[in-house]
Write a protein that binds this ligand. Structure first.
Ligand SMILES: Cc1cc2nc3c(=O)[nH]c(=O)nc-3n(C[C@H](O)[C@H](O)[C@H](O)COP(=O)(O)OP(=O)(O)OC[C@H]3O[C@@H](n4cnc5c(N)ncnc54)[C@H](O)[C@@H]3O)c2cc1C
Length: 335
């Protein structure tokens, strides 16, 4: 981004979110995969009003924009991002519980949110306790576990559109489906969410959450940076071949490495960063896993994880991987 354009942009952003704007920020430490280059501009708003004001500034600007939570479901490119990252993070993590209604800002850390809700005796979202992202990212992805999604309990979502105008969507308008919602098409920023829950027994809920955490610790790699499940589970494939982790394992690819990225020896649908892996290492593995499983089973696995290119193109990571390696990734390159 040329300096003269950047300084105009920063002046505008500083006016809308004073003290919340930084430049040339290393994104790798902020991402769960610990992969990513530098962002030209980074803004971390403190309120919905500030976030909407930032969007209003950006609506007149040519620079690409990326809304980020905890980057626990996104592969940031090692070449960086020449645009503006708006992070809805811990500065926006207030919450309140009134009766069976829970309200929270979108930057709240999901495990903290789930613990507070469960410990107050409200039942229904224990399944999200181990998901290391923000509430905003969770709602956008309709994330969850045990075959559930957070959308089941969302009653409304407050968003900003690309012009900085606030609007509210009820659950029906969010069109939640498996790991998807209409919010993904709207290019809206999720600012706040309201959930409706049932009353339950706080100690039973607490025990259930502890059990979920115990089971996740036993099944999923925890020590090495990763982004959770790389590929989505497809019901047709699940019925005949099994989930992606099994298909990858059956193809003999568990433990395969490219550079410092590895298909986790613990769970083959996770790609772990052994230290210093690049986004290309991960994309190469994605291309290879997808290709080999397709050849063996006829099913093309799509990614849950999205890739952010340096110029702001956000898309499922398998699309970026196959564009980069259109022909079969060669086995000979594998360490
Ligand atoms: C170890 C591990 C385990 C995981 N387990 C699960 C699991 O069991 N179930 C599951 O569903 N997911 C799981 N995930 C994936 C991930 O944690 C969830 O999808 C999470 O909710 C994403 O939130 P985030 O804040 O990290 O979003 P990010 O990764 O930062 O962003 C994901 C997408 O959401 C968008 N986004 C983020 N915040 C906002 C916002 N406020 N407004 C608009 N758009 C926004 C981004 O632009 C991007 O497109 C796991 C991840 C890890 C690392």
């Amino acid at each position: 981004m040329p300096d003269h354009r950047r300084s105009g942009l920063i002046t505008g952003l500083e006016r809308s979110a004073p003290g919340a704007v930084s430049t040339d920020v290393d994104l790798a430490p902020l991402s769960r995969w610990k992969i990513g280059g530098r962002a030209s501009v980074y803004v971390e708003p403190r309120s919905s009003a500030e976030a909407a004001a930032v969007m209003a500034v950006m609506s007149d600007r040519p620079e690409p924009l990326f809304v980020m939570g905890d980057a626990s479901n996104v592969l940031l490119d090692s070449a960086g991002f020449d645009g503006v990252v708006v992070r809805i993070g811990r500065r926006m993590s207030r919450m309140a519980i009134v009766g069976r209604t829970v309200w929270a800002e979108a930057g709240i850390w999901v495990p903290r949110f789930a613990r507070n809700v469960g410990c107050s005796g409200l039942d229904g979202i224990q399944h999200v306790i181990g998901i290391p992202g923000t509430l905003g990212g969770l709602v956008l992805m309709n994330g969850g576990s045990q075959r559930k999604g957070i959308g089941l309990n969302v009653s409304s979502v407050l968003c900003s559109d690309e012009q900085g105008r606030l609007f509210e969507l009820d659950r029906a308008a969010c069109e939640f489906s498996y790991r998807a919602s209409s919010l993904q098409q709207r290019r809206a920023v999720i600012l706040e969410a309201t959930l409706a829950l049932e009353r339950g027994d706080a100690s039973a809920i607490r025990r259930e959450m502890i059990e979920i955490m115990r089971s996740r610790r036993a099944r999923f790699p925890k020590r090495l940076p990763n982004c959770g499940s790389t590929f989505l589970s497809d019901p047709a494939m699940y019925a005949t071949v099994g989930p992606p982790g099994k298909a990858i394992e059956d193809a003999g690819l568990k433990g395969v490495r490219r550079g410092n990225a590895q298909v986790s020896p613990m769970h083959a649908n996770f790609i772990v960063n052994l230290g210093g892996a690049s986004s290309d290492d991960v994309l190469w593995l994605i291309a290879r896993l997808r290709h080999e499983v397709r050849v063996r089973t006829g099913y093309a696995m799509d990614c849950e994880v999205r890739h952010l290119s340096p110029d702001g193109l956000l898309r499922p990571a398998h699309e970026a991987a196959e564009e980069r390696w259109p022909v079969r990734a060669e086995a000979a390159d594998v360490a």
